[in-house]
Design a protein around this ligand. Structure first.
Ligand code: PMP
Length: 432
């Protein structure tokens, strides 16, 4: 098909040929042809500011990634059973970003594969099958990762349809939920009780999985001490702790490279993807050697393309770019500026309930009423549509789809985030 096909025709054909369950952004999405840094350009040469893309974490069409990919594709690309230098170098580089004990890497191709494997590693390491997960989370679409995903935004029947080995604890959200503000420390006590009860029932958990900073809820920090308390309970019962860093890890939070660092807790297993490949499908599970070894006897693992020469050189290029372009620092500085401007916006417009997040993972939560916190779901969708007209790509997240998920490429400039806030201010002032 030609790239200059009529836009509507392409969309109609897409809907005929691609499974309906695979949704696309917007009812009438622009047809994107190219990208550069935090910008996207459509087939009419209109430029958009991409404030939502945490896959193209180092920026769209980064020349260093293009060069690394081109060079490698002309040399070799094959399955990971062969011996080549890049896979070793890439694994060493990822392990070097983590605490010393997290020294053993599995390479896969996506976040779903990473969390699925992390769960299976926990089951194999303990010889158990029960898993505890946080509600309102999304961890992926494969069997095990879907089983622990209970966000009703993705599946309204999520909680009612869990397999019997999945147990859930409250979403530890200090803004909305059963424990608010200073009471939010009770979420940990509640979660520990669920874990202890499983122990008393003779089915102690194989593992516990959650995002260490609640990305799916809009970048909500877990209450202080939450992971320390919950991880300690899981370990007391001989279970394995899993940190799903697919969205929030890899420098995005600014102050911390990994989300678990914010909590001052170290998990037994880390699952990561998205930004690791800057658009190339790369996922990884990193754990301690003795846990990985137990998986040898408890399950099969081989991924044909996980850690391929192409993925490995791209993964190395992404890490180089994060370092050389100072992207974690950019997330801290530009993200900090953006957050402070959003806080000012929150004081001006009553629809803003609160501003969540850290670095370049921020969430702007819209409510109809500050006392009841009734979610402004329809308004959030309309605001996103209006922002598109003003040239900003933005999407809702959370169980009520009432939080703007603000997670642009990490190279986003101060000028761009100011443009975003000004556009948002205009929409909130003039209506949507
Ligand atoms: N975990 C989290 C926290 C995610 O946000 C996602 C994707 N949105 C996944 C896992 C699954 O990743 P993927 O889409 O690469 O399979």
């Amino acid at each position: 098909p030609s790239d200059v096909d009529d836009v509507d025709d392409t969309l109609a054909r897409r809907e005929r040929v691609i499974a309906e369950v695979q949704e696309h952004y917007y009812a009438q999405p622009p047809r994107i042809e190219r990208g550069w840094r935090e910008y996207l350009v459509d087939t009419d040469a209109r430029v958009y500011l991409d404030m939502v893309n945490n896959v193209a974490s180092v920026g769209h069409a980064h020349p260093k990634i293009a060069e690394a990919a081109h060079r490698q594709l002309r040399l070799l690309n094959t399955n990971s059973r062969f011996n080549y230098a890049a896979i070793t170098a890439f694994a060493e580089r990822i392990a070097a970003t983590l605490p010393d004990e997290l020294d053993t890497v599995f390479f896969v191709n996506s976040g779903s594969e990473a969390t699925d494997l992390a769960i299976r590693v926990a089951m194999a390491a303990t010889g158990r099958r029960d898993i505890v997960a946080m509600r309102e989370a999304y961890h992926g679409w494969t069997y095990a990762s879907d089983a622990v995903s209970t966000s009703i935004a993705d599946n309204p029947n999520a909680l009612a349809t869990r397999p019997d080995w999945v147990h859930t604890v409250d979403a530890a959200n200090s803004y909305r939920g059963v424990h608010r503000g200073p009471d939010a420390t009770r979420y940990a006590t509640d979660a520990v009780r669920v874990i202890d009860d499983l122990g008393v029932a003779g089915t102690p958990p194989a593992g516990f999985i959650c995002e260490p900073y609640f990305g799916n809820a809009g970048g909500v920090a877990l209450p202080d001490g939450y992971l320390k308390q919950v991880y300690a309970a899981v370990r007391r019962h001989g279970g394995v702790t899993i940190s799903d860093e697919v969205q929030v890890g890899y420098g995005r939070l600014g102050d911390w490279f990994w989300g678990f660092e914010q909590q001052g807790a170290v998990p037994d297993v880390v699952a990561v993807a998205k930004s690791v490949g800057g658009g190339q499908p790369i996922g990884a599970v990193i754990t301690r050697r003795e846990i990985a070894d137990r998986y040898r006897s408890g399950g099969y693992f081989f991924s044909s393309t996980g850690g391929s020469p192409l993925s490995s050189v791209i993964g190395l290029a992404v890490l180089d770019i994060i370092e050389q372009d100072g992207l974690q620092e950019n997330a801290r500085v530009v993200g900090g500026h953006l957050k402070s401007r959003l806080v000012v916006l929150a004081e001006k417009h009553s629809i803003v309930g609160t501003v969540h997040g850290s670095g370049l993972y921020l969430g702007l939560e819209f409510v109809r009423d500050h006392a009841t916190l009734e979610p402004a779901t329809e308004e959030t969708h309309a605001i996103c549509d209006r922002l598109l007209e003003l040239g900003v790509i933005m999407q809702p997240t959370g169980d009520y789809q009432n939080v703007l998920k603000i997670k642009p490429p990490l190279c986003v400039s101060r000028v761009s985030v100011d443009y975003f806030v000004d556009a948002l201010d205009r929409v909130l002032t003039t209506g949507w």
